[in-house]
Every structure is written in C-alpha cells, then in structure tokens.
Design a protein around this ligand. Sequence first.
Ligand code: AMP
Ligand code: GLY
Length: 421
Amino acid sequence: MKILVVGSGGREHAIIRKLAESPKVDKIYAAPGNGGISCDAECVAIGAMDKEGMVSFAKENEIDLVFVAPDDPLADGMVDTLMANGIRAFGPLANAAVIESSKVFSKNLMKKYGIPTADYETFDDPEKAVAYIVEKGKYPVVIKADGLALGKGVIIAQSEEEARAAVKEIMEDKKFGASGNNVVVEEFLTGPEVSVLAFTDGIALKPMVSSKDHKRAYDNDEGLNTGGMGTISPNPYYTDEIADICMKTIFEPTVAAMNSENRTFKGCLYFGLMITPDGPKVIEYNARFGDPETQVVLPRLKTDLVDIIEAVIDGKLSQLNIEWTNEATACVVMASGGYPLAYKKGIEINGLDENGQVSGATVYHAGTKLENGKFLTNGGRVLGVTASGKTLDAALEKAYAAVEKISFEGAHYRKDIGKTK
Ligand code: AMP
Ligand code: GLY
C-alpha cells in the first residue's frame, strides 16, 4: 500500500512510524511533514489545508489511503473532498469534525443527550457574557472561544476583572480570530484529567489505552496553556471502574448522539475528561488523535494500525480485536524559548544522529526542518522525546536521560511530566 499522511507535527511522526511497522505498507508520504519525518517518509510540499493539491497528488501517485491527522483540514472537509474523488481516507467528515471545531456545538450536543459535562451558557454578545458571569459571581470561571485555537482558546478567570478581560480578548480583540465570535462560559471543574482516544466506525467504539497530557507551559502546572508539553500512558487515575463508567455514560452515548444528529463520526474520537468528585465529565472532544497523546499511545499498539484503519473505514471495527502492550510510556516535549508566545525559528539542534534520533528513546519531531544535514528548530513544540518501560518511572527516567543528550538555544521542557495531577 501507498499511504499519504496529512500533517507536520509530532503526532504525524508517531503515526508514520507506527504505519511503517505494517507489512502491508510499501511507501509512506507526508504532506507537508517536517525534518524528522523526512527520515521515515517522503515529504511532499503540499500544505495540510490544500484539498485540491492532496487530491491531485493522491491520484497521480495512486495513493491507497490518506490519513488526515490535524484538526483544521478535518474541519474544512478534507476527508469529504478526498472521498468525493474516490480516494480512501481516514478521519471524520466535516459535519462530524464539528464536534471539535465548535465548542458551542459540542456543549449543546452533550446537554441534549445527557452526557456529563460542566454547566455552561453560550454567548454571541460580549455584554451578555459579562452580565451572566457577574450575575453568577462564582470564580474561577472558564471562558472558551467557540472555534479552533491551537489548544489555547481557554481562559480560566480567577476574578470578575480577569473574566471581563478574557471576554474582551476573545470576543472584541479577536485574539483567536473568528474562533471568538461565540464563547462558552462554563463552570470550573476540579479533578485529574484523562485523555482517551478511541477508534470508531460510527457503530462500534474501541477505546485506546489512556493517557495524560500536561497542558501548562511550566512545572507545577504554571504558565499558559500550550498544545501539550508532555504525556504519559497509562493514566494512573483512569481505573477500570472509571473506564466502565465512561464507556456507558460518555463514549457510547456520544457515538449514538452523533448518529442521531446525522453526523456519524468515523475515525479517532478524542475524549478530554476530568474525573470530578461527581464522576467523569467531558472537558472537550477532539475529532482526531491528540498531540502529544499519540506519541505515548501508538507505541503501545500491537495490532496492525492499517487493519484498524481499514476496519474503521469499512464499518467492520466490531470484528477486530485490538491489542496493546502492558508497558508504560512517557513523552517529554522540548519547546522553543518563549513558546507558547513568540519564539525564534531556525536554531540548530545538537545531539541528534543523522536520522534525528538519540539512543535510548524515540524522538518524534514536531517542529523541525532538515537543512544541509542539520536539524533546525521550526516550531513552538520542537521534539517529543519518548520512551517506554515496565513502569512509568522507568519510562520517565529513559525519556529524561535522552532529553539530556539534546540541546538547542532557548530550549525549555517540563521536569515534572508524570508527576502532577
Ligand atoms: P480545552 O481546550 O477545552 O481542553 O481546555 C484546555 C484546558 O483548560 C483543559 O485541559 C483543562 O485543564 C482546562 N479546563 C477547560 N475547561 C475546564 C473546566 N470547566 N474546569 C476546569 N478546567 C478546565
Ligand atoms: N494534547 C491535546 C490535543 O491534542 O488537543
């Protein structure tokens, strides 16, 4: 098979490395890919949003399957366009990807179908949003831009003043562009967070092993929210008992709700959960694999990923038994100085071998480019250094030992991955 993977981050690198293990795969292309990915796949210069470019490339090169990994092209209908052109594609149609691309949609879906989530109201008018917040008078309060915002469109306001500023930033200053035309104002929940990715063909749903992301930029969960600074799998807070509750009250009802809305979801559905004192609740849905969750989840997959993808596309997932290792995995993200705010690009990365790797771990490249045989930084999140072990501590030790071998000017990474709630 010839497979084309759309995207250019650490998640895509992890997907490509897993696909490469399949005996069914002859050739992998990445569009556009990155420096590290170019060591494992042929990178082609087609932007991840370029639907027409993707269709032409797939046709000219007789691609058997296109894996659309990022949120933006899914929300924009990349899978719809590929399928309309007779090209097999993995990922939800745009009308289902809306479960991620509109928080107003997903919150209303949960309310309508009784899926546990934080209490909320939605607003298209900043004055009404502020009036509601002031009337409730309960802080912290959570304010979310409706649309996609690279995982950064959520503000936890500790006071009325911060809440007013947040509404202004999102709705008036348009810090996240049109994503902030509407906002969700919701109750602040507490408890450990769990990420559960699940394969679904719209009929059956098979959860993958659990993971935990660390979204804040700095140790002790300080600093701004990021796309994710590191992950572990399994998530120690996700017990079998909680998994059963989630299956019955969240996962299966979500698949059914999407079917009832004529928005059948096929692909990877990501549940961002909080285990609150009142039980597990949904913080957010994503319509895709998480980044950097994928980097710790897919290495544990024993079943051929191609077989799973085919089963999802063909509606045969219930017939497939998916197997995972019992190992623990940990991923430490090395980010550019300044990320998630402004940062420099083009800084040389030291310590990587010619394949962009170091011994003792797998280095998934998130934001790198390869120039004259040198790896340079090319994004906010640069590398996801990942290792596995019999225990979480063993995995963490190996991942951090590998991180020590890598350096670039301004690099920052969290020292407490796997240690916080
Ligand atoms: P989201 O993009 O919706 O996943 O939100 C980003 C992060 O903000 C989450 O991972 C949580 O840490 C935090 N968060 C979002 N919603 C809430 C909430 N209702 N209560 C507490 N924390 C939240
Ligand atoms: N790591 C969070 C996400 O992929 O949205």
